[in-house]
Ligand binder design. Structure first.
Ligand SMILES: [Cu+2]
Length: 198
């Protein structure tokens, strides 16, 4: 093969094979991330009004879980809530691990009070800003939720931003969600959601 033949072969090989498969350039080795999450009721005043909230590790919102694409997520749940719970990692594909999807009575039984349960799954093919939350009754309205961030070690836009800031938006009430649900389901609510009347 001539010099130009080798040159053109290299160009074609690079554009057709190497360039579209950035995974070949990855130096990142997936790791296992262990999270200890205690679901418990605590008294807090996130907006100045003191009330009892259901929390993850005593904070509102719960701790942000940050992992990288390809990692394993091991969430050990300690249920100290005084009632059954289950934790759903929202939007995770759970390929091969549907039993760790955290939806009670579909994917698993609830985690009884004072029990532990460990979710163990990988995130091989998705990145981005997600969240996790209780999937039992109205617990997430009372505070059992937090951000779940999957970073991309090969983020093609990494050089184009300085930092990432997480903003979580949610309806927040001063009344326990169980009471709100009862009110909402009564004819008096006329189907209007709590806090939307005034
Ligand atoms: Cu969800």
């Amino acid at each position: 093969m001539t010099f130009y033949g080798i040159f053109f072969f290299y160009i074609i090989f690079w554009t057709a094979v190497v360039s579209p498969t950035p995974i070949l350039n990855r130096g990142y080795k997936p790791k296992t991330n262990n999270f200890d999450l205690t679901i418990e009721k605590v008294t807090l005043a996130p907006d100045g009004f003191t009330r009892q909230l259901s929390t993850v590790n005593g904070q509102y919102p719960g701790p942000t879980l940050e992992v990288n694409k390809g990692d394993r997520i091991v969430m050990k749940i300690h249920n100290k809530l005084g009632e059954p719970t289950a934790i759903h990692a929202h939007g995770m594909l759970q390929r091969g691990t549907p039993w760790f999807d955290g939806v009670p009575w579909m994917a698993q039984c609830v985690i009884p009070d004072d029990y532990e349960f460990t979710y163990n799954f990988t995130v091989p093919d998705q990145v981005g800003t997600h969240w996790y939350h209780a999937h039992e009754t109205m617990q997430y309205v009372d505070g059992v939720f937090g951000a779940l961030i999957i970073h991309d070690p090969d983020d093609p836009y990494k050089s184009e931003y300085d930092e990432e800031i997480i903003v979580m938006l949610n309806d927040y009430h001063h009344t326990n969600a169980k009471i709100l649900l009862k009110q909402f389901l009564s004819p008096e609510s006329q189907g209007i959601e709590p806090g939307k009347k005034d």
